[in-house]
Design a binder for this molecule. Structure first.
Ligand code: DGY
Length: 317
C-alpha cells in the first residue's frame, strides 16, 4: 500500500480522502525538526508539508521513495524545487482557494494601520478612554488615496477590487505589466517600483519569495515612501528587509506598517514588537475555516493524482 506522511495535522476533510492509503499524520502539536521529518517520512511515497517545513536537497535525497511533495500553501519557497526536479519528485501547491481570504486580511491590515485600530484597542483596555476628543488617535482616510500594489497576481488583483470599493486609486508594479485591456478593466496604472513607492499612500506587497524578491524593499526603497505612507505585507517576510523597516518605523519615517509575515518566522524581533506604529499578525492570510478546508482538499487531490500516475491539478514542478 502506498504511504503518505503528513507533517502536521490538517483539516479532516482532506485527510479523509487519504485514509485508503497507508496514512501517517504527525499528531503532535509541534513542527518536526529536519532529522525527525526524515525519520517520520522515511519510505513515504507522498509527503504533505507546511510552509514551515524546510524541504531542502538533503531531505529530498534521503526520502528515496518520494514521488510527490504536496505543500499546504500557495507559496513553495520552503522547498528546493531544483533538487525535486532533478530527483523526479513532483511538487504541488494550493493556488486560488486562498486568494479572497488573503485579500480580505490585507484590507483588514490596511484599515487597522490607517485607522489605528490596535492602538485604539490597547488604549481602551488600559482604561485611558475618558471621552470623545477632536484629535484622539487620528488616522488617515482611504478615499482618493493611492494604493500601490507590488505584484499584480491573483491576490494583488483581489486587493485592487476591495480597495476600489473604498474609493482608492490603484497603481501597480509587476515583473510583466498587465495588458492594456486588463489595466482598464481593473482601473489600475502601471508604475516603476520607484515611482510606485514615491506616489503611494499605502503600499501592499504580493510577490512570491524568490532570489530576485528577497529584500526587494530595503532602506533605499523605504526612503522613497512618503512619511505618511503605510506598508503592508501579507506575502513573505523576507521580501522586506525587516531591520531596515524597524529603523524607519522607529524614526517615524513612515506612518505605519501592517505585517502578517516575518523574515525569520516564527521569530519576531523584540524591536518590532515594542513599536506602536506596526500591526503584527501570526501569518493569518488564509486562516478562514472554509479556506483551510479547501486547501486540505486540494493537497489530498494532488497527492491522489500523483499516486495514481496522473498529472496533479496544481503541479509546480
Ligand atoms: C501560503 O499559502 O503561501 C500562505 O502564506 C499560507 O496560507
Amino acid at each position: 500500500m502506498q504511504k503518505i506522511s503528513v507533517t502536521y495535522k490538517l483539516p479532516e476533510e482532506g485527510l479523509r480522502l487519504l485514509r485508503r492509503y497507508d496514512l501517517k499524520v504527525n499528531a503532535e502539536d509541534r513542527f518536526l525538526s529536519k532529522p525527525e521529518l526524515i525519520d517520520f517520512a522515511y519510505n513515504a511515497d507522498a509527503l504533505i508539508t507546511l510552509l514551515s517545513d524546510q524541504i531542502d536537497r538533503e531531505v529530498i535525497e534521503r526520502l528515496e521513495n518520494l514521488k510527490v511533495i504536496a505543500n499546504y500553501a500557495v507559496g513553495f519557497n520552503n522547498i528546493d524545487i531544483v533538487a525535486a526536479k532533478e530527483r523526479g519528485v513532483v511538487v504541488t501547491n494550493t493556488p486560488g482557494v486562498l486568494t479572497e481570504a488573503t485579500a480580505d486580511l490585507t484590507m483588514a491590515l490596511i484599515l487597522a494601520t490607517t485607522r489605528r485600530l490596535v492602538e485604539g484597542d490597547r488604549f481602551v483596555r488600559r482604561g485611558l478612554f475618558d471621552g470623545w476628543k477632536p484629535e484622539l488617535l487620528l488616522g488617515v482616510s482611504l478615499k482618493d488615496r493611492v494604493l500601490g500594489i507590488i505584484g499584480l497576481g491573483r491576490i494583488g488583483k483581489a486587493v485592487v477590487q476591495r480597495a476600489k470599493a473604498f474609493g482608492m486609486k490603484v497603481v501597480y508594479h509587476n515583473r510583466m505589466p498587465a495588458s492594456k485591456k486588463e489595466e482598464k478593466a481593473l482601473s489600475v496604472e502601471y508604475k516603476s517600483l520607484e515611482d510606485l513607492l514615491k506616489l503611494s499612500d499605502v503600499v501592499s506587497v504580493h510577490v512570491p519569495l524568490t532570489k530576485e524578491t528577497r529584500h526587494l524593499i530595503g532602506s533605499s526603497r523605504l526612503k522613497l515612501m512618503k512619511p505618511t505612507g503605510v506598508l503592508i505585507n501579507t506575502s513573505r517576510g523576507a521580501v522586506i528587509d525587516e531591520q531596515a523597516l524597524i529603523q524607519f518605523l522607529r524614526e517615524r519615517r513612515i506612518f505605519a506598517a501592517g505585517l502578517d509575515v516575518f523574515e525569520n518566522e516564527p521569530e519576531i524581533p523584540y524591536a518590532l514588537r515594542e513599536l506602536d506604529n506596526v500591526v503584527l499578525l501570526p501569518h493569518l492570510g488564509s486562516a478562514t475555516r472554509e479556506t483551510r478546508m479547501e486547501m486540505a482538499l486540494m493537497v489530498a487531490r494532488n497527492v491522489i493524482a500523483v499516486l495514481n500516475g496522473k498529472r496533479p491539478p496544481n503541479r509546480v514542478v
